[in-house]
Ligand binder design. Structure first.
Ligand SMILES: [Zn+2]
Length: 495
């Protein structure tokens, strides 16, 4: 397949043709979660966005190595160089070992990711499992003259980096002068040469639980450093794609660039990609402000802003109806609309899988219309992974399928186009968008069970066993299945 993928590189603010460093092999690194609490829906959107990106790269035939880390140490409060370690703090509150916190929330994260039908990464490295690599990288940065040690901590020398002609701030668009002259004399910042310098290694106090020996004394690595060290270890000094949430551009990703350049003398990333945020009531979803929604609250419907429960795949579909670089606002009304669309798409996929091809006179206009729509699906995904446009095109195909389906047969197009249509619908719905219809499979089973109960009830009625038929009706009613007896037989609805 000829690949003609364009993606938006956040570093230059432009859509560019994607050309991997090593022919058909693609390395992608996505910043994973800091596992100190349940993953909220805003984070899930980022991981679902990159899941579709990875899926489409694979669909195009690339060999993809997808690395997504677990931050289990070194991430301090407010993403700053000072304050308590987020995981240690939670461990104290929950009266658990820090590693129990890590285990608990890593499992939660994996569980949520699998409910959303995201593919597991090829490698999921942890910060605590790569202390040696991080120490080695710090040594290289010190050797090259871009870091200095003070009281057992090591800081990156931003001013030296800029004076040598490198652009610190090029990804986030931050003003360099402002960063350098920042006069904020925050507590604990005094040992830095400059407030914009950031920690590569922090000296640990006696009370600090998660710490390791190093050439500079006992301490722990800086949060920004772990991604640089693990990315380089598994994907090389230069990575094809590095992704994460928009909020990670500064300081996290800006620091990663500086670390990579100063340690390995090469720009560590060819294409930077950032997923936009999910808002709730028009405000950013964030743990720190409390404006959050947990995935399980949506799956159970247990949150006051929801009118009902929604399945994980409906939520996934809702997210993919917006482009990954657009802000998406969450609401119960929008989710309900997505649910209808999702069901319609699944129904059409089912019809198309079951429909028989019976060759009739070929309607050449219809045939070429279908081929054009199929090609448009690729065109939209090749245009910076435009999922909303792809979904809109799939819906145009759905309406053609529904119009042309005549008593479960379809034949006004060539057999070749019919096979192409089936392959495209399945490929895009299942492999690219990841809308595996697990829900409807279990719904099918439930429907069969209800039909079975109704036939037993019918038999009871025929035998004038009204006590049993009423019992079946009442008990189904209790679990939310309402039965209606009409002229044309018995129907039911599930609430
Ligand atoms: Zn990271």
């Amino acid at each position: 397949m000829i690949k003609n993928l364009f993606l938006y590189n956040s570093l230059i603010g432009e859509k560019v043709k994607f050309e991997p460093i090593a022919s058909n092999n693609v390395g992608i690194y996505v910043c994973g979660p800091t596992v100190y609490s349940e993953v909220h829906l805003g984070n899930c959107r980022t991981f679902i966005s990159f899941d579709v990106i990875v899926r489409y790269l694979k669909f195009l035939g690339y060999n993809v190595r997808y690395v997504r880390n677990i931050t289990d140490a070194g991430h301090l409060e407010n993403d700053a160089d000072f304050g308590e370690d987020k995981i240690s703090k939670k461990a104290k509150i929950e009266q658990l070992e820090p590693m129990e916190i890590v285990q608990k929330y890593t499992l939660d994260f994996h569980n949520v990711m699998s409910l959303f039908n995201t593919l597991p990464p090829s490698i999921e490295p942890t910060a605590t499992g790569h202390i040696i690599e991080q120490i080695e990288m710090i040594k290289s940065i010190i050797k090259n003259g871009y870091a200095y040690e003070v009281n057992g901590s090591v800081y990156f020398d931003v001013k030296k980096y800029i004076n040598d002609g490198y652009q610190y701030g090029k990804l986030s668009g931050r003003d360099i002068d402002e960063l350098i002259s920042g006069s904020r004399d925050l507590q604990g910042q005094q040992e830095k040469k400059n407030p914009s310098d950031f920690a590569l290694w922090k000296n640990a106090s006696k009370q600090h639980i998660m710490k390791w020996p190093s050439p500079w004394g006992t301490g722990f690595p800086g949060w920004h450093l772990e991604c640089s060290a693990m990315g380089a270890k598994y994907l090389g000094d230069q990575i094809d794609i590095h992704g994460g949430g928009m909020d990670l551009k500064f300081p996290h990703h800006e620091c990663e660039i500086a670390q990579g350049v100063s340690a390995n003398n090469v720009d560590p990333v060819k294409y930077w990609m950032h997923a936009n945020m999910l808002t709730l009531n028009g405000k950013r979803m964030s743990k720190s402000t409390g404006n959050t929604l947990l995935p399980e609250e949506i799956f159970s419907g247990e949150n006051e802003i929801l009118k009902k429960a929604f399945s994980p795949l409906v939520v996934r579909f809702f997210m993919l109806q917006a482009h990954y670089r657009s802000v998406l606002d969450f609401s119960s009304v929008a989710l309900s609309a997505s649910e209808k669309g999702f069901n319609k798409l699944m129904e059409a996929k089912k019809v198309l899988s079951n429909v028989k091809f019976v060759q009739k006179n070929i309607n050449t206009e219809l045939d070429s219309q279908i081929v054009n729509l199929i090609e448009a699906c690729y065109k939209h995904m090749n245009d910076d992974f435009n999922t909303p446009q792809t979904i809109a095109t799939l819906f145009e195909l759905v309406s053609i399928v529904n119009t042309c389906n005549n008593a479960n047969s379809f034949g006004e197009i060539s057999k070749e186009t019919f096979i192409y249509l089936q392959k495209t619908m399945n490929g895009f719905i299942l492999d690219v968008l990841g809308l595996d219809n697990l829900d409807s499979q279990s719904n099918d089973k439930s429907a069969q069970l209800v039909e079975l109960m109704l036939s037993i009830r019918n038999e009871a009625k025929n035998n004038k066993n009204y006590a049993l038929s009423d019992q079946i009706r009442n008990q189904l009613n209790e679990i939310g299945i309402t039965i209606k007896d009409g002229k044309e037989g018995t129907t039911y609805s599930i609430t």
